[in-house]
Design a protein around this ligand. Structure first.
Ligand code: 5GP
Length: 182
């Protein structure tokens, strides 16, 4: 995660709610086609993915039997020296074996969180496992991690809104903003 010592204010809109809505509908269409007639467990990573996931699952067609589950994680150590080890604060409740699972994340920065979770959940032998990430910062990528459903690639800027926070703030904004110092 980008290091944040200074105080920040909203800079400008990077992705409008209309663009987010449009892209989310496209992803939901792909998911609806792929999981037609199947049971699908959509697992959101708290808290950042909540708003995206809430919109996404409502756009998936009724021909998919959608279930919702959540995980909460935190990374060990400070943000600048991320070891890639992830502490599970809350695990998903679903017994993963034999389920089709899509893990939903707000943003992939270095990719360490997602690659850790992917490995951990794959070890539980789900019937299938895919990841859905709203935002990806390709410039920051350290860990290789497959993303099957991707919203947007964004530049290396710290962003907030639509579930993403800065020190707990701004998750409720409808658009995605970049922040500036000041
Ligand atoms: P990674 O393990 O990929 O480096 O870290 C991913 C996590 O870092 C995200 O789930 C999110 O909590 C946080 N993060 C990374 N970049 C940003 C950003 O631009 N804005 C916000 N709000 N969180 C970010």
């Amino acid at each position: 995660m980008t290091e944040m010592n200074a105080s920040f204010k909203l800079g400008g809109i990077l992705l409008s709610k209309e663009r987010i809505h449009e892209r989310t509908a496209e992803i939901a269409d792909s998911i609806s086609r792929e999981y037609d007639g199947k049971r699908l467990v959509v697992v959101g990573v708290l808290k950042g993915a909540v708003i995206f996931m809430a919109d996404l699952v409502r756009m998936i067609k009724d021909s998919v039997d959608v279930r919702m589950d959540f995980m909460a994680v935190s990374s060990y150590g400070d943000s600048s020296t991320s070891s890639g080890a992830v502490k599970i604060i809350k695990d998903m409740d679903t017994f993963a074996e034999d389920e089709h699972i899509i893990l939903v994340e707000d943003i992939m920065d270095t990719g360490l969180t997602l690659s850790y979770l992917r490995e951990m959940l794959m070890a539980r032998n789900p019937r299938s496992f895919k990841t859905c990430v709203l935002l990806e910062k390709p410039e920051r990528k350290k860990a290789e991690c497959a993303i099957e459903y991707r919203g947007f690639e964004i530049p290396d800027k710290f962003v907030v809104g639509y579930g993403l926070d800065y020190a707990g703030k701004w998750r409720n904004l409808s658009d995605i903003w970049y922040v500036t110092e000041g």
